[in-house]
Design a protein around this ligand. Structure first.
Ligand code: AMP
Ligand code: ZN
Length: 473
């Protein structure tokens, strides 16, 4: 069984093979910490988390690095672009260092709520200035970069493969750039490695003058190299990172080291809201807190962000989130049914052969889906297939236990199921029994009153033909 991934560099699905057997070196572009990350950003981060978990399922040791961009977000066209952290600082009168520190904490808390596992390292750009300077100097020495005053630019004409990832051509980029943009550059398509501006608050005194700060692209090249080495297996980001960010990273890293940088490039398509862009002016930029304020849980949001294929745009609306919540209830119900069957409470005769076959088929389908360029919809369909069998009462003790074990492994990848075993304390058990007795005696007033009391204690009852089940709210 081979894991195949769509590699943006070759524009084809390729079998995945790591540089070192059994080990994957992966770099994920992280957040720019100038304000709270929205749920769209988290689609990219949840995808990176899913990829790491799938590689671990396959048995790899994953050396995962996701950076924190806490300074110097320079866009390609610097005059038009901005350092987002500095801009936020100017607008709000706050200290940019404080903004990035605080927003980093908020990001980490949000990521944890979404069940995103901690990467091996979360390097901060501000803590890697010497590594960036080393690369900038090396690129000048090798003739790939040039200094103009206290600014340093990368000369895109010195790297033949520039444009290979994004499909851009230097001539077209030059022609498209506005002439007035920056007279310092040799070619309009050149990009900044290091900039100087006395007005910048976050700045470093280096051989390029006292007021310098890094370009966004060099940050990721330097942090990837520091923590993973000159060559890495996988590099990820959102679709907007392809150009200029990743194109520029490739140019810098490969010109500096003389080796290929990342073998596989994976990009997450944007999360859309109401079928369109998420934007401040439309008032549809949502954070995890907005989702929680509407009564939804981070687990439901994680499911909503994961459920589509990462190379397809994914739509988000409150109605969709409601549908997602219902679908997830179906999976919770599957777990509850399997648990009862594993305890021998399903009433179903044990059908070890048929039951075990369903579990094996579900696992094979789940794995085939994930191996097919992380096709989550197909992997999820395998879990819903198990639910159909559970509804038909196909699982006895042995096969239900095997099914639960499989769900545990699948959840190690998806992180959306609630598999924690819950028990009720004796007092609650007694109240449930008392209500059942009232119901049996057709004392519905008492039965309803007991149901409400239990609800107030966070225990929700569901009556069905086979009796009553409960879940904790
Ligand atoms: P930023 O904080 O702007 O650097 O963005 C962090 C990450 O989120 C980047 O990898 C972006 O490509 C990604 N991103 C931004 N908007 C969206 C969106 N609507 N859907 C998915 N990913 C996004
Ligand atoms: Zn990056």
């Amino acid at each position: 069984m081979t894991f195949r991934v769509y590699n943006a560099l070759s524009r084809t699905k390729e079998p995945f093979q790591s540089l070192e057997p059994g080990v994957v070196r992966m770099y994920n572009c992280g957040p720019t910490v100038y304000k709270r990350q929205h749920i769209g950003n988290f689609r990219s981060f949840v995808f990176a988390d899913l990829l790491r978990r799938w590689l671990e399922y396959l048995g790899y040791e994953v050396r995962q690095v996701m950076n924190i961009t806490d300074v110097g977000h320079i866009l390609d066209d610097e005059e038009e672009g901005e350092d987002k952290i500095e801009a936020e600082a100017r607008e709000t009168g706050r200290d940019p260092w404080k903004i990035s520190r605080e927003e980093t904490e908020v990001f980490l808390a949000d990521a944890a709520e979404l069940g995103i596992l901690e990467p091996m390292v979360r390097p901060k750009a501000t803590e890697h200035i010497p590594e960036m300077i080393e690369m900038v100097k090396g690129l000048i020495d090798k003739g790939h970069a040039y200094r103009k005053g206290d600014n340093v630019y990368f000369d895109v004409t010195t790297f033949e493969r520039y444009g290979r990832l994004s499909g851009n051509k230097v001539e077209d980029l030059d022609a498209g750039a506005r002439v007035a943009v920056n007279a310092e550059k040799r070619n309009p398509a050149d990009f900044a490695l290091w900039k100087s501006d006395p007005r910048h608050i976050m700045k470093w005194d280096t051989e390029f003058g006292p007021d310098g700060f890094p370009g966004w692209h060099i940050e990721c090249s330097a942090m990837a190299r520091k923590h993973l080495g000159d060559r890495i297996d996988i590099h990820t980001g959102g679709e907007d990172n392809v150009f200029p960010h990743h194109e520029c990273e490739i140019a810098q890293s490969e010109c500096f080291t003389g080796q290929p940088f990342a073998n596989y490039w994976l990009h997450t398509k944007f999360l859309q809201v109401d079928g369109g862009k998420m934007s401040k002016s439309l008032g549809n930029v949502y954070t995890i807190d907005d989702v929680k304020a509407r009564g939804y849980t981070p687990r439901q949001l994680r499911y909503a962000l994961l459920r589509g294929h990462y190379r397809q745009p994914l739509n988000f609306t409150w109605d969709i989130l409601q549908e997602v919540a219902t679908a997830l209830e179906g999976l919770d119900d599957l777990v509850a049914r399997l648990r009862r069957a594993a305890e021998g409470e399903s009433g179903a005769a044990d059908e070890p052969r048929a039951g075990m076959e369903f579990v094996q088929a579900a696992q094979a389908e789940f794995e085939a889906g994930m191996n097919e360029d992380l096709n989550v919809p197909r992997a999820l369909a395998a879990l819903f297939g198990l639910r159909s069998h559970a509804l038909e009462g196909h699982f006895g003790r042995e096969s239900a236990t095997a099914a639960l074990e499989f769900l545990g492994r699948a959840n190690g990848v998806l992180g959306i199921l609630d598999l924690e075993e819950r028990t009720l304390d004796a007092a609650v058990e007694a109240l449930i029994a008392e209500r059942q007795a009232a119901r049996a005696a057709k004392d519905f007033a008492k039965s309803d009153e007991l149901r409400d009391r239990l609800a107030a204690m966070g225990v929700e009852l569901q009556d069905s033909a086979d009796g009553v089940t409960w879940r904790l709210k």
